[in-house]
Write a protein that binds this ligand. Sequence first.
Ligand SMILES: Cc1cc2nc3c(=O)[nH]c(=O)nc-3n(C[C@H](O)[C@H](O)[C@H](O)COP(=O)(O)OP(=O)(O)OC[C@H]3O[C@@H](n4cnc5c(N)ncnc54)[C@H](O)[C@@H]3O)c2cc1C
Length: 331
Amino acid sequence: MDEAQLKQRDVMIEAISSRLGVSAERGRRFAELTSLRVGGSIDWVISPRTEAQAAAVVYELERAGIGWRALGSGSNVLADDGEHHYVVLALKDLKGEVGFEGELVHVSAGYSLPRLCIDVARQGLSGIEGLGGIPGTVGGALWMNAGAYGHEIGTVTETVRVAREGKVVEIPGSTVQWNYRHTSFKDGELLLGATLRLTPDDAAAIMARMEDAKSRRLATQPHGGRSAGCFFKNPPASAIGTGKMIDEMGMKGVRRGSALVSPVHANFIVTEGENARAEDALALAEEIRERVKREQGIDLEYEVELWRANEPTKESTQSALENSPDEVKEE
Ligand SMILES: Cc1cc2nc3c(=O)[nH]c(=O)nc-3n(C[C@H](O)[C@H](O)[C@H](O)COP(=O)(O)OP(=O)(O)OC[C@H]3O[C@@H](n4cnc5c(N)ncnc54)[C@H](O)[C@@H]3O)c2cc1C
């Protein structure tokens, strides 16, 4: 996109955000918005506060042909060091209040997952206490089907609220495929919130199970550091987990520039320093993949999402700007 096209896009973004009353910021970097603390500049960060607002924002962006990506806490994203010319729809302000209705729990996408785990445990509701130590938002957890210690969010999801044609639409959780750290949600689908169906149990017992899961996590994973959790998925056909495999290759502690394989858990890549680079984390990750392929014959799959600055998002800003907004086809 040339200067003039970028300017035209900026005018459209300003108009959309002021019409819908949402905050739109410039000058942010992925290094500030992701747990790995790396990644380049973002043209625009738009932060809706309600589900209806978020649905309206993406509808308007898509009508104008402006590319966007949803970001929760950024705890599962490695964005590269380039200039990201799309809108980041930041969902952390979309938290609202948690609603309790018997065994049902209504929650918005930007709500903190660890916070929710505590809230429901206090209400004597079981089913997600294993997820208590996973950083991130409910929306990110739904997107990835986050799981740990025998619990996965998908198994307790009664309905998901998604953005369709500018409206909030509720779909049954049973229509979603909830796989291992992957779901059938398609790129460009914005998750606004969910209703979970949990199981009544003794609050103290649920809390105790959650504390147990958290202490097991603390004993085996780096904490306080800058990571994105497990970098690679466990290969389905392998008898040992990816962490153990990398450890057995002697790679714990291996450093490439500002990134290193965690000495605590070999499937965690951590970054260090003020000016840490995504490039270093990526180079290290690729080195691990190559060695695992060479020595074990296994193709490791990324669990972390790689966001490339030059990869188009669902809607290409370029193609839309070649049309006038009125000519952009509605979905
Ligand atoms: C120390 C550490 C430990 C971890 N342990 C675990 C673990 O045990 N199990 C596990 O499953 N994960 C784990 N993770 C990974 C991560 O915390 C989870 O995947 C979490 O659910 C991501 O939530 P988020 O809000 O940070 O998502 P983000 O990283 O912001 O986004 C992840 C993906 O979800 C999409 N997304 C986010 N919100 C929405 C939305 N509302 N609508 C549409 N798409 C959306 C993003 O576009 C992106 O594709 C760990 C991470 C860290 C740093």
